[in-house]
Design a protein around this ligand. Structure first.
Ligand code: KG4
Ligand code: ZN
Length: 358
């Protein structure tokens, strides 16, 4: 079936068409228009500015996704329209949602709402041209790490998700972004910190900086990152106006490693406790090379039989292909009656900024 997906939950306007069947998934087009350059001047996302940019971009992005998909008659070929309905910024979500509702109504297509975080999980199955289809082996433990969320999710099958842990304060991506802001090294913070951290390891600097690993030894699957940001703030303040040239690379390497150590420890614990067959790393922070490498390595050492899945880097950050793939798997598990009900969704679906996996 051919699926059209729209994603506008935060600061990326995205549309994608996929062709999915039991034989496999082909991403026909995947267009992402990022607002990073707009928000850079503010050092973070300004919701009103984001919503306005979505309004300007949604139609060009949609048209480009259709044009580059090679699909000639979208109104007859597309069988399902899908859209992110939460969590996210309400004014951003509304733009994608209203667009999807109009398409569903005008083209008379079923409309399926998708949870953004579940979309991130399915990004693992969205890399181009997979034949035969890649599938999860259950149970799967999913570490979803983005700018707004840090969660461990247990997935028993394609329609059974349970949140087993989450951050009690800042998300991991938020910690990267806030630390980068206070060090004044650029936006978004994750890639900026990763670049400086790499510089420090290339120079093989031996660091004297030590940061805490918050909650690393607690028996639950929760996280806390706000103390890490405060620790960086105090260390930086102490140096006054004259930090050494080595300071920025060293502190970046240490803060990145502190975040990774906690994420890896909790994921290993959850994988062991729930006898996971698959571990999935996803969300924007999953684009971090060190996190991908270190988690993969540790899992392999602990349990060589475990499958470790992580999306290609371009599918870690927000995109619509992941929403399309999630919709395909969710659709397969609906009864005929439930599928039929999707036709009236254009009248019903509302954005849910606080939508949760429970
Ligand atoms: O999933 P995403 O695109 O948006 C949300 O749903 O939040 O994630 C964005 C987050 C930002 O906090 C950004 O700093 C972080 O992902 N990020 C990274 C890297 N690339 C993006 N964090 C660490 N290392 C990276 N290479
Ligand atoms: Zn996201």
């Amino acid at each position: 079936m051919i699926i059209l997906a729209i994603e506008t939950s935060c600061d990326e306007t995205a549309a994608s068409l996929i062709e999915a069947s039991e034989r496999g998934i082909v991403v026909k087009s995947n267009i992402v228009s990022s607002q990073i350059n707009i928000h850079r001047q503010y050092g973070g996302i300004v919701p009103e500015v984001a919503a306005r940019a979505h309004i300007e971009k949604i139609l060009p992005v949609l048209k480009q996704a259709i044009a580059t998909s090679g699909i000639k008659h979208p109104e007859s070929s597309i069988q399902l329209v899908t859209v992110t309905h939460g969590p996210g910024l309400v004014t951003s979500l509304l733009v994608g949602l209203e667009t999807a509702k109009i398409l569903s109504y005008v083209w008379q297509k079923p409309l399926m709402p998708i949870n953004h975080l579940i979309g991130h999980i399915y990004a693992c199955l969205a890399s181009n041209s997979q034949f035969p289809i890649l599938n999860f082996q259950f149970p799967a433990v999913c570490l979803v790490v983005s700018g707004g969320h840090t969660e461990l999710v247990l997935m028993e099958n394609h329609h059974q998700f349970k949140k087993i842990g989450q951050t009690l304060d800042d998300a991991a991506g938020e910690c990267f972004d806030k630390v980068a802001k206070l060090l004044n090294i650029g936006y978004p913070g994750g890639p900026a910190i990763a670049r400086y951290a790499k510089l420090s390891s290339i120079r093989n600097l031996v660091s004297s900086i030590q940061l805490p690993r918050p909650m690393i030894n607690t028996k639950d699957y929760n996280f806390s990152f706000s103390g890490l940001k405060t620790a960086v703030l105090y260390k930086t303040r102490k140096l006054g106006k004259s930090p050494t040239r080595q300071y920025i690379p060293e502190i970046c390497r240490e803060v990145q490693q502190a975040i990774i150590d906690v994420l890896v420890a909790k994921t290993l614990r959850a994988a062991r406790d729930f006898s996971a067959k698959t571990v999935i790393l996803c969300g924007g922070v999953a684009a971090n090379d060190e996190l991908r490498g270190q988690l993969g390595q540790k899992l392999k050492t602990k349990n060589p039989k475990l499958h470790f899945l992580v999306p290609p880097k371009n599918l870690c950050t927000d995109n619509a292909a992941m929403i399309a793939v999630a919709a395909y798997f969710q659709y397969q598990h609906l009864s005929a009656k439930e599928k039929n009900k999707l036709k009236n969704n254009w009248q019903k679906i509302e954005p849910d900024p606080n939508l949760e996996i429970i």
